[in-house]
Design a protein around this ligand. Structure first.
Ligand SMILES: Nc1ncnc2c1ncn2[C@@H]1O[C@H](COP(=O)(O)OP(=O)(O)OP(=O)(O)O)[C@@H](O)[C@H]1O
Ligand SMILES: [Mg+2]
Length: 250
């Protein structure tokens, strides 16, 4: 199925999130088209994960408006969770279960029959190239393999929107390339993606458009190459440095 048909994938209007008196996300507005890989770029504490949590119905906005695939995450979390998945920034796999069981048990949350869960899990193990590791304990996987298993788990419900929160943080270069290849495969199928990262090279490589966040605000937005040109910088790192006086990776 081509997922690129239909209305806008996401629109956020003056979206804010406060924790007590601290404003973590401060009135951001942006929209994402179906089939796009959209980047949320920013240094530690910029508000990337907070934004992801609002989009994925984990934490409600304090104010502003959010439409994700036609749903209001705060009001329709169940409908939303059927069509959106998150590859989280931390490993929350079940260490008491095998690699395969991590998928099969999770599949149960999506009303799949046992047979469907088995078939789907096997298909996804093949996609992330973990078939030969299926019976291992999760703890016996390398970090890169754990990240791939998290990706497979996020694909169990065939999401229309896949959110990847710092998918390649702390991975070595060849493993990062493996994950990027998988993301490209999914994009070629028309899956909309949101990618948060503080690696400029990752954003430049993967994202059609991106926002650059700093201190909860959007400081710049656009296509990676266009931004580099506009600011007369060699790369996105330079753009960020010019805009904020800070380095992205600290
Ligand atoms: N539950 C919370 N209670 C209080 N403050 C929070 C909470 N969650 C996040 N924050 C604060 O909000 C700000 C943004 O955090 P967030 O996790 O969104 O940043 P991030 O851009 O994802 O950073 P990183 O690159 O380190 O993952 C930070 O200052 C953080 O301390
Ligand atoms: Mg984060």
């Amino acid at each position: 199925m081509d997922l690129r048909t239909g209305p806008r994938a996401l629109s956020a209007d003056k979206l804010s999130k406060s924790y007590g008196s601290f404003v973590a996300v401060d009135g951001i507005s942006f929209s994402i088209d179906p089939g796009e890989c959209f980047g949320i770029l920013g240094p530690n504490g910029a508000g990337k994960t907070t934004t992801v949590k609002m989009i994925s119905a984990v934490s409600p906005p304090t104010s502003g408006h959010l439409d994700v695939l036609g749903f209001d995450p705060a009001r329709e979390p169940r409908s939303l969770k059927a069509v959106v998945s998150v590859v989280p920034d931390e490993n929350n796999l079940d260490i008491d279960l095998s690699v395969r069981a991590n998928l099969e048990v999770y599949a149960g949350y999506f009303n799949m029959s046992r047979a469907q869960a088995t078939t789907k899990s096997q298909e996804l193990l093949r996609f992330v190239e973990l078939e030969d590791k299926a019976e291992l304990d999760v703890d016996d996987l390398s970090n890169g393999m754990k990240r791939r298993l998290l990706l497979a788990r996020a694909l169990l419900n065939d999401p229309r929107l896949l959110i990847l929160d710092e998918p390649t943080a702390a991975l070595d270069p060849s493993i990062r390339h493996q994950l990027w290849d998988k993301m490209r495969d999914l994009k070629a199928r028309g899956m909309t993606q949101i990618l948060t990262t503080h690696y400029m090279d990752e954003a430049a490589r993967m994202c059609d458009r991106l926002i650059i966040m700093n201190g909860g605000k959007i400081v710049e937005h656009g296509e990676p190459l266009a931004l580099v040109k506009k600011h007369g910088q060699p790369d996105l790192e330079g753009v960020f440095l010019k805009l904020t006086g800070r380095k992205l990776e600290e």
